[in-house]
Design a protein around this ligand. Structure first.
Ligand SMILES: [Zn+2]
Length: 337
């Protein structure tokens, strides 16, 4: 993204959007900034916040500052002020989860009024800027009219793409990239099915995983692909090159104690859908040890996914893999988020 808009250009293009498009765009902007903020804070504590985490989940995971709201007053306004009294157009509001303390400030006084370390503030500001660029990207794309995408029938799109498309909004470059790889994967899988080849056999699955995979073999093809991806892409992460033994710090579903399994059931019942989020809850509540890969992904992640996949196999849950990052599990009993 090289081209960026001035405030007045941005306002003008934004006004051209329909009301429901404006609403979606503003909400996405807010949600994006909240997630960026939470992510930087979490990372500074060695934790991970999954994309698409709800406000509630962020609040449960972090016990210090969270971004409560982001206000665009439309113009510099006396109604919207910095802690120091300066009138603002764009105002950030953070809340301290434990103490309930609130701070209102403009971007320029972020560090002064929150007392957060400069390195954290810098990272948050960079993240916010990236999100502002994405708004510009979307508005510029929209200038060229609603785009059309060649999406094969039967390809189930993730919510973050479904929503803008249903509102006739363009996808961001990064989403288009993901869409293309989803389409490619979908077509390849279809072709493979037609050829009757069995992808699972083609991959060297570590011994212990094989046992856990047996249940998955009864899954519909769609689900199978998801589970297969999980192991194919990620199981290598914990496997040291030269050992044939089970890696010491890789957890499988058998390593989850009964209380841990019960806790996972509880999070699912509460409406948590992200496997990564469930891992972070387990760690925060001391149910499992805080062991992580260099990517910060909890080592318990694979065991949690395998456990939840067993519900997918039995038909009581559905799963939406988010690439290598995360897996979203939903109860099928008509419950929605
Ligand atoms: Zn100030």
């Amino acid at each position: 993204m090289t081209k960026t808009l001035t405030n007045s250009q941005r306002d003008e293009l934004f006004q051209e959007l329909k009301k429901n498009q404006q609403f979606y765009v503003m909400n996405t902007l807010k949600r994006g900034k909240k997630t960026v903020f939470a992510n930087v804070i979490a990372k500074s504590k060695g934790r991970m916040i999954p994309n698409g985490a709800t406000d509630e989940e962020i609040g449960m995971l972090l016990d210090d500052w969270i971004l409560e709201d982001y206000v665009d007053a439309g113009a510099v306004s006396e109604e919207v002020k910095c802690e120091c009294g300066r009138a603002l157009r764009y105002q950030y509001i953070v809340r301290h989860v434990k103490t309930g303390e609130m701070r209102h400030f403009g971007m320029n006084h972020f560090e002064e009024h929150t007392g957060l370390p400069a390195t954290i503030v810098k990272e948050v500001v960079q993240g916010f800027t990236k999100i502002d660029y994405e708004l510009d990207e979307l508005l510029l794309k929209m200038q060229n009219g609603s785009p059309t995408y060649d999406i094969p029938e039967g390809l189930n799109l993730p919510a973050d793409m479904k929503e803008p498309l249903s509102l006739h909004l363009p996808l961001l470059d990064r989403q288009e990239k993901r869409l293309n790889s989803l389409i490619r994967g979908y077509r390849e899988e279809k072709e493979a099915l037609q050829r009757g080849s069995n992808k699972l056999k083609a991959v060297d699955i570590p011994k212990k995983v094989k046992e856990d995979v047996t249940a998955i073999e009864e899954l519909p093809k769609e689900e199978l692909q998801g589970s297969f991806d999980l192991f194919a892409e990620e199981v290598q992460e914990p496997l040291p090159e030269k050992t044939s033994e089970k890696p010491k710090e890789t957890y499988f579903v058998g390593d989850l104690s009964f209380t841990t399994q019960e806790a996972i059931d509880g999070y699912i019942q509460q409406g948590t859908e992200s496997a990564l989020m469930i891992c972070e809850f387990l760690i925060k509540e001391g149910k499992v040890q805080d062991k992580r890969y260099s990517t910060k992904k909890p080592k318990i992640y694979y065991a949690v996914c395998t456990y939840l996949d067993s519900f997918v196999a039995s038909g009581s849950m559905s799963v939406e893999p988010l690439g290598r990052e995360d897996r979203i599990y939903r109860l099928k009993s008509g419950r929605s988020s």
